[in-house]
Design a protein around this ligand. Structure first.
Ligand code: APR
Ligand code: PHB
Length: 388
C-alpha cells in the first residue's frame, strides 16, 4: 500500500488533518489503535476558540457546530470574596463557542466517511520506520495479518501515549514538563447548567469548575488529591463537594442528577521540541499536553493542524521550504497556551504546602483580574485564543 500522508491516530488532530488534506486533493490513510466506538465515547473539554471554529468551517465539518454551538461572551470567576465576570466581548470583541469535543469528533468521522476516507481502526502494534530517509513507512497488525504502507510524509497525531514521539531518537528531542500535585474529578450529568456561562472557582477546599455541553447537559469538576480513586466518590459526595466550592447563590438553585460519566484526570504541562524528525511531523497531544484549565488541548491541536496542513499542501505543490518552519511556527503558539494554562492553574488551585505568601499572591492575581480592564483584556485574549 502507498499513500501521500500516513496519519497515526484518529483523534481530532488526525481527522482534521486528513479532512483538510483530502479536500486539497492529497491522499491520506489514518491508522487508529482503538475501535471507532471507543474513540467516539471519549469525553473531553468543550470550549472552542474562534480559530478552531474557522478551521472546522474550512474543513467542511461545521454544519452542526454552527447550529448547535453556544456563543459565550465571557466567563465567571469565583473567590471567597464573591463572583465576578470577565467580559470577552467588551474587552477585546471576541467570544468562544461551547460545543463538546465528542461532538467535534463525531462530525469529523461523518465528514471523513462522506469523502470516502481510509480510516483503519483497531490497528495494533503501529510502528514507524526509516523516518529520516526519503522512503518512510509504517507497519501494523490487524486481524492477524501484517500490513505496511509507504508514504511521502507521516503525521504523528497519536496523542501523549502513542509511538510517534518515541520514534524520534531521544538525543534529537528536548522535553519540558511540569506535573501538578492534584487531579480533576469530572462528572457529566443530564441536568440544566448551573449558570449561563462557565464558573471557575478558587475555594479554600480546592478548585471547582461549572461547565456545560448544551442546555440539558452539564459538565462539572472538582480538584482532588491524586490519591483519590473515582470509586471513592459517590454521586452524592460529588454534588456536596461541588456545592461547597461554588458561590452559595449558584449552589442553591443547582440541578443535580446521576453522573453519566465520572473520571479523574491528572494535570500536566508537557512539550517536546522539535515537532519534526525527517519526514515525521507531530501534531496535537503527541507533542504537548496542557492542564485542562482554560480548555486549550483541542484548540492547540487545531492550530498545529492548521500550520501542518498548510505546510504539507505547499510541499505537494512544490514548495518544501514551508515544512522547515512548521515546528517553530507551531511551538511559538504552543508556548503561549502553555503559559496561559499554567497561569490559570496556578491562580485557581490549592497546592499542597501552599504558604500564606502564596495564598496572598493568588488573591492579588484574582483581585487584579476583577478590577483592572488591562488584566481582563490579557485574560480574554488568551482564553478566546492567541492569533495564528
Ligand atoms: N496507534 C494508532 N493510534 C494510536 C496509538 C497507536 N499506537 N496510540 C494512540 N493512538 C490514537 C488514540 O487512540 C487516539 O484516538 O491516537 C489518537 C490520539 O487522539 P487524542 O489523544 O485525542 O489527541 P489529539 O487528536 O492530538 O487531540 C488533542 O483532543 O483528545 C483531546 O486531550 C486531547 O484535547 C486534546 C485534543
Ligand atoms: C469542559 O467543559 O469540560 C471544560 C471547560 C473549560 C475548561 C476545562 C474543561 O477550562
Amino acid at each position: 500500500m502507498r499513500t501521500q500522508v500516513a496519519i497515526i491516530g484518529g483523534g481530532p488532530s488526525g481527522l482534521i488533518l486528513s479532512q483538510l488534506l483530502m479536500r486539497a486533493g492529497i491522499a491520506t490513510v489514518v491508522l487508529e489503535r482503538q475501535s471507532r466506538e471507543h474513540v467516539l465515547g471519549r469525553i473531553r473539554a468543550g470550549v472552542l476558540e474562534r480559530g478552531t471554529v474557522e478551521l472546522l468551517r474550512r474543513a467542511g465539518v461545521s454544519a452542526r457546530l454552527d447550529r448547535e454551538g453556544i456563543l459565550h461572551e465571557g466567563t465567571n470567576l469565583s473567590t471567597v470574596n464573591g463572583m465576578f465576570r470577565v467580559d470577552f466581548r467588551a474587552r477585546i470583541g471576541e467570544v468562544v463557542t461551547v460545543y463538546g469535543q465528542t461532538e467535534v469528533t463525531r462530525d469529523l468521522y461523518a465528514a471523513q466517511d462522506a469523502l470516502g476516507a481510509t480510516i483503519v481502526d483497531e490497528a495494533a502494534d503501529v510502528a514507524l520506520h526509516d523516518l529520516d530517509t526519503d522512503a518512510p513507512f509504517v507497519t501494523w497488525r490487524k486481524d492477524g495479518a501484517e500490513h505496511r504502507i509507504e508514504a511521502d510524509y507521516i503525521a504523528g497525531c497519536d496523542g501523549f501515549h502513542g509511538p510517534s514521539r518515541q520514534a524520534i531518537p531521544a538525543a534529537k528531542r528536548t522535553e519540558y514538563e511540569r506535573v501538578y500535585p492534584f487531579g480533576w474529578l469530572g462528572v457529566l450529568s443530564r441536568t440544566r447548567p448551573a449558570a449561563g456561562e462557565l464558573i471557575y472557582a478558587n475555594h479554600p477546599r480546592g478548585f471547582a469548575l461549572a461547565s456545560m455541553r448544551n442546555p440539558q447537559l452539564s459538565r462539572y469538576y472538582v480538584q482532588v488529591p491524586l490519591t483519590d480513586r473515582v470509586e471513592d466518590w459517590s454521586d452524592a459526595a460529588f454534588w456536596d463537594e461541588l456545592r461547597r466550592r461554588l458561590p452559595p447563590e449558584v449552589a442553591e438553585g443547582m440541578e443535580t442528577g446521576p453522573a453519566i460519566e465520572k473520571s479523574i484526570a491528572p494535570l500536566r504541562s508537557f512539550v517536546t521540541e522539535p515537532m519534526r524528525w525527517g519526514r515525521l511531523f507531530l501534531a496535537g497531544d503527541a507533542a504537548h499536553i496542557v492542564p485542562p484549565t482554560g480548555a486549550k488541548g483541542l484548540n492547540l491541536a487545531a492550530s498545529d493542524v492548521h500550520y501542518l496542513s498548510e505546510a504539507l499542501i505547499a510541499a505537494f505543490g512544490g514548495d518544501r521550504a514551508v515544512l522547515d518552519h512548521y515546528s517553530d511556527r507551531a511551538l511559538n503558539r504552543i508556548w503561549g497556551a502553555m503559559r496561559f494554562s499554567w497561569w490559570m492553574t496556578s491562580i485557581l488551585h490549592r497546592f499542597p504546602g501552599q504558604t500564606d505568601f502564596d495564598q496572598k499572591i493568588q488573591e492579588a492575581e484574582l483581585y487584579q483580574l476583577e478590577t483592572l480592564e488591562s488584566a481582563q483584556a490579557a485574560m480574554a485574549r488568551n482564553y478566546t485564543g492567541l492569533p495564528y
